[in-house]
Design a protein around this ligand. Structure first.
Ligand SMILES: [Zn+2]
Length: 90
């Protein structure tokens, strides 16, 4: 009974990795945890897939936020559409 449950040298539980993926993606993970997560991702395809999903999600959120700052283009597209509808209507 000398081993601490949280101090396993290898084999970070998947639940542990998944819980920290958001920090990992945001570069906010402690260096030690970062190393453990990276090692786990190298060997666990399930968590790697989860990690890639998080990366994708982050990119999508970023893109959505970037779009909010440039609504002029969208407005122009809508206005063009309305104009076309008006023309065919009358
Ligand atoms: Zn895993």
């Amino acid at each position: 009974m000398s081993t601490h449950p949280e101090h396993s040298p290898e084999g970070t539980p998947c639940a542990d990795v998944v819980l920290r993926l958001f920090e990992f993606v945001d570069d906010e993970t402690e260096p030690l945890d970062r190393h453990r997560i990276q090692a786990h991702l190298d060997e666990c395809s399930a968590c790697l897939a989860e990690y890639e999903m998080d990366l994708l999600l982050k990119a999508l959120v970023r893109r959505a936020c970037a779009r909010q700052s440039a609504p002029a283009e969208l407005r122009a597209q809508i206005l063009t559409r309305i104009t076309i509808v008006h023309r065919t209507d009358g």
